[in-house]
Design a protein around this ligand. Structure first.
Ligand code: ZN
Length: 149
């Protein structure tokens, strides 16, 4: 089921908007210009689980311009990316059973969307958490911060 997108986040280029949806739902888009629609995902600390929806608003097939969304500690991002790159598209550019990965969607082609549910117990106030696309070469521009408020 496609969750209603946050109004501001659907505007292309408005990268500073914040992807906050009602309650424990978060929706974010990968835009046609290889960017996320928000630079920040805010998760309500009362949420034990979050429903996260990613939509690829582009038109290209996933092998050419696919996007996923991965959440890790910021400190783990580069090593998770390296292992994801080695894992390949068939594994959605995420190493199997990677304990560093708090949540990840599949790699989506243009026009596709997916909703995942993940537990928030690994998120805390003392570490910094990042979200990014692990498709090779994308994370340098496709990344943001996960905040727990
Ligand atoms: Zn991407």
């Amino acid at each position: 089921m496609l969750k209603k997108l946050v109004g501001a986040s659907v505007l292309l280029g408005l990268v500073s908007s914040v992807a906050v949806a009602g309650e424990c739902d978060v929706a974010i888009e990968a835009t046609a210009s290889m960017a996320f629609s928000a630079k920040e995902i805010t998760i309500n600390k009362t949420c034990k689980e979050v429903n996260l929806t990613l939509k690829n608003a582009g038109t290209m097939p996933k092998a050419a311009m696919g996007h996923n969304l991965v959440i890790t500690k910021k400190a783990d991002m580069q090593s998770v990316l390296a292992d994801g790159n080695a894992a390949g598209l068939g594994k959605n550019f995420v190493k199997e059973n990677d304990d560093r990965v708090i949540a990840n969607t599949a790699v989506l082609g243009g026009g596709e969307s997916a909703t995942i549910k993940f537990k928030t117990d690994k998120l805390n106030a003392k570490d910094t958490f990042a979200f990014f696309c692990s498709f090779p070469g994308h994370a340098a521009v496709m990344n943001g911060v996960v905040k727990v408020n």
